[in-house]
Design a protein around this ligand. Structure first.
Ligand code: GUN
Ligand code: ZN
Length: 649
């Protein structure tokens, strides 16, 4: 069984550790394609030059060649290509797509892969071409499923990859993914996408990836079959792809073409090499052009792999920083078709799916890169929460224009004047992210976002639409200085509520829901502020420390006493992660919750949410922060589901 666990995440992408009998691999990662007939750069050399952790080779080529066939059976595929790390093998499907029918028994090739010791073998699936009718695609898909079902029985200790097919029909892709998810497969490539990538049909590619991912079990590695150009890596990773494979490095080198992060360039068109990899540092363009053909090919292949592996490092770094969407949008600006494909993610249906995997908070500020930014899942989620949880009860609402953050500091003078007359009237900021209740002005992403002075009309319209939806049927008072104050005098209303208390109530509502705010909030809460920043640090209720506010994202960490109150007041399964008896002694000591011990959890939990860890009898054991969302918690067999922070014994 392939061990696969999430270590970190951003967007719907993830950094995972996959462990095979030949060692582990950090994903997202790339498997260079090794042609056993002509090894251009050996896998060992790849490991030392580019940090290659896993390679893919073709079992069909080995099977068909008498000598290779015997060697592989006698000594194993690892000896054959001289690599002791994980090796994946493909089956011959791509050859049949390229060259027509091949003479190969679909089960024999699975047995062969098993017998040569492949770490991950692949079934002989039917390549679903993009120009197929739905009927044809369905027929191929049924055959692929049949073969998958028969193949899993033969795999023994080998991990088996079953590609999702279904041509360009999203419903077929999802159907295929669901059916494959139910059989004992270990690894899921998304197949049949090479022609989409060759023709830059990125919108179709995105639709295929999402439709496949929607049906696949989230606890398995997903491979985008045949994707070797780094241009599309960030988007594919953001949608949940974990692996790529590249024969592009060698094929392009053969054609004297060089891969760059967002493009491909012909060597003979270059007067200078726009790269600092060891190859491009050693040679000038002229020198490279004048090399012997084979030597040039080798150097170009190396350059191609340097660039490709660097891109994967960039992506993993972006996940770690929480800037993967920024990277996706930046890359998309380099190619009109890729840019266009982002429009697919604007559909509500896709946003709803992406939102489930999107972390609650990030380490870095949200950077605006253009109109697509406002369609990011994090923006959608927070807008929806404001619409649902911040019903404007008052008839009137004061609207401040977008300003410096945090808004309550920027508008301190104005607010003083308003509150002197009426401190009950809701105040919202007409921000670039949509209407933001003033009380949320220190919370991620409202305070932690960066926009240029002038933003594009499409974004403005988007923001306005939500603004009017939120303030529908209200008396909207746009701040106009003394004129507004005069008008306010008619509505005079004063209470003792202060901005700090309002902020506490509002952030609880956003993070934990309205019921949680009712349970935790009262007007006698005691607040301890940071002496340095003046910001809320700790919140006490009847001398008990219930919440701490994080300085970096203005959100709460739940303390034991706060958790006790929420646990008492909120019905199951709200905020809960329910764990098996076996794990109770460990979690009660403060150890983290491993996914395999989770029985169930609140379906509203998202990655990096605060949660209550309980046993079968709903006894509160500990408080923690989720790493997985609810769907993942119930499916992952390995890795941490919740990082425990405080425990009760
Ligand atoms: N290589 C590229 N695409 C595919 C595919 O759809 N199936 C298999 N098995 N290999 C591929
Ligand atoms: Zn280079």
């Amino acid at each position: 069984m392939l061990k696969f666990e999430i270590k970190d995440r951003d967007a719907s992408g993830r950094i995972c550790k996959m462990t095979t009998a030949h060692g582990s691999v950090i994903t997202p990662n790339l498997m260079p394609v090794i042609n056993p007939n002509k090894i251009l750069i050996s896998p060992k050399e790849m490991r030392s030059l580019f940090g290659t952790q896993i390679v893919i080779t073709n079992s069909y080529i080995i099977f068909k060649d008498k000598e290779l066939h015997k060697k592989a059976l006698d000594n194993g595929v690892h000896k054959l290509i001289d690599f002791d790390g994980p090796i994946m093998t493909d089956s011959g499907t791509f050859q049949s797509y390229m060259y027509g029918e091949i003479d190969l028994d679909p089960l024999q090739i699975v047995e062969f892969q098993r017998d040569i010791g492949s770490d991950i073998g692949t079934i002989l699936d039917i390549f679903g071409k993009p120009d197929q009718t739905k009927k044809q695609a369905e027929k191929g898909l049924i055959e692929t499923l049949n073969r998958a079902k028969k193949s899993v029985k033969l795999k023994n200790d080998m991990n088996l990859a079953c590609p999702v097919q279904g041509s360009v029909y999203p419903d077929l892709r999802t159907k295929c993914a669901i059916a494959l998810g139910k059989i004992d497969s270990d690894f899921y490539p998304i197949g049949g996408v090479v022609p989409l990538m060759e023709n830059q049909r990125y919108m179709d590619l995105v639709s295929c990836i999402i439709a496949s991912k929607k049906g696949l079990p989230p606890n398995r590695p997903v491979h985008l079959f045949g994707a070797g150009h780094p241009l599309i890596f960030p988007l594919a990773v953001a949608l949940g792809c974990d692996f790529f494979d590249s024969s592009a490095y060698a094929k392009y080198a053969e054609d004297e073409r060089m891969i760059f992060p967002t493009s491909t360039k012909k060597l003979d068109k270059l007067s200078e090499l726009p790269c600092c990899c060891p190859v491009c540092s050693k040679f000038t363009a002229e020198e490279l052009k004048n090399l012997d053909k084979n030597e040039r090919k080798l150097h170009l292949a190396k350059h191609n792999l340097y660039v490709t592996f660097t891109e994967l490092k960039n992506i993993r770094t972006a996940i770690n920083e929480g800037t993967l969407w920024e990277l996706v949008e930046k890359k998309a600006r380099a190619n009109p078709y890729l840019l266009e494909s982002l429009n697919y993610l604007r559909k509500i249906e896709q946003k709803k799916w992406l939102e489930k995997f999107e972390p609650t908070s990030k380490n870095r500020a949200l950077f605006y890169t253009g109109s697509h930014t406002l369609h990011r899942p994090i923006v959608y989620r927070n807008q929806q929460k404001i619409l649902e949880r911040f019903n404007l009860l008052n008839d009137s609402v004061i609207v401040m224009p977008e300003g410096k953050k945090p808004y309550s500091t920027f508008y301190a003078d104005e607010l003083k004047k308003i509150w002197k007359i009426n401190n009950e009237i809701p105040i919202i900021v007409d921000s670039h992210l949509g209407p933001v209740p003033l009380e949320l002005d220190e919370m991620y992403p409202f305070a932690q976002c960066v926009f240029p002075e002038i933003i594009d009309n499409e974004s403005l319209k988007n923001t306005k639409d939500i603004f009017w939806q939120y303030t529908k049927n209200k008396n909207v008072i746009f701040w106009q200085g003394s004129k507004t104050l005069k008008e306010l005098k008619k509505t005079s209303q004063k209470t003792i509520k202060n901005i700090d208390l309002k902020r506490i109530e509002a952030v609880i509502k956003m993070q934990f829901g309205i019921d949680a705010a009712n349970a935790l909030y009262d007007e006698n809460l005691k607040i301890v502020k940071s002496r340095k920043t003046g910001k809320i640090r700790n919140v006490y209720s009847k001398e008990k420390h219930i919440l701490s506010m994080r300085a970096n994202d203005g959100m709460f960490t739940l303390k034991k006493d706060g958790a006790t109150i929420l646990h008492r007041q909120l019905k199951r399964p709200k905020l809960r992660v329910l764990i098996k008896d076996d794990a109770v002694p460990f979690v009660s000591e403060g150890k983290s919750v491993f996914a395999k011990f989770v029985i169930d959890c609140d379906s509203e939990l998202r990655p990096f949410d605060e949660c209550l860890i309980v046993d079968k009898n709903d006894k509160l054991l500990a408080v923690g922060r989720t790493l997985l969302n609810h769907i993942e918690m119930k499916t992952f067999e390995y890795g941490v589901a919740v990082k425990t922070r405080e425990h009760f014994i």
